[in-house]
Design a protein around this ligand. Sequence first.
Ligand SMILES: [Fe+2]
Ligand SMILES: [Fe+2]
Length: 134
Amino acid sequence: MEINWNTRYNTGIQLIDEQHKELFRIVELLRRSVQEGAERKVVEALLADLVASSERHFATEESYMSKFGYPDFMQHVSEHASMLTSLHELLVRFQESHQALALMVPTFMEGWLKHHISDGDFGFVTFLKARNLA
Ligand SMILES: [Fe+2]
Ligand SMILES: [Fe+2]
C-alpha cells in the first residue's frame, strides 16, 4: 500500500506542510524501492536523504516553537531527538543486514511519520494558531 500525505495531516502552516509532504515523498520512494528489490545503495541513499530532510524539518519546527515560546518545547525537541536516533539506528542496522530490515522499513516509516505529525505537531500548531502566530 502506498504511503501518501493526506489532508488530515494538513497543519495550515505552509512551510511545515511542504516539509511533511517531502518526508512522505521520500518514505513512499523507500517503500517502493524496497518492494521492488532495489539495490542496497539506492535504499541507503534514500534513508540518508530521509535523515537529512528530517533534520531540516525538525530544525524548522524547533525554531517556530522557540520563537513563540511554546510551553512544551523541550518535550517536542526530545521527541525529535528520539526519532532521529531511531532513524540513525535503522540506517546502521540496514547497512549490517539488508534482507531482514528491508521488510521492516515501510511499516516503520509509516508509523514514524504518522506518529510524528498526528501526535506531536498538532500540539504546537494549535498553540501557534490560537495566538494568530501562524
Ligand atoms: Fe513535523
Ligand atoms: Fe515535530
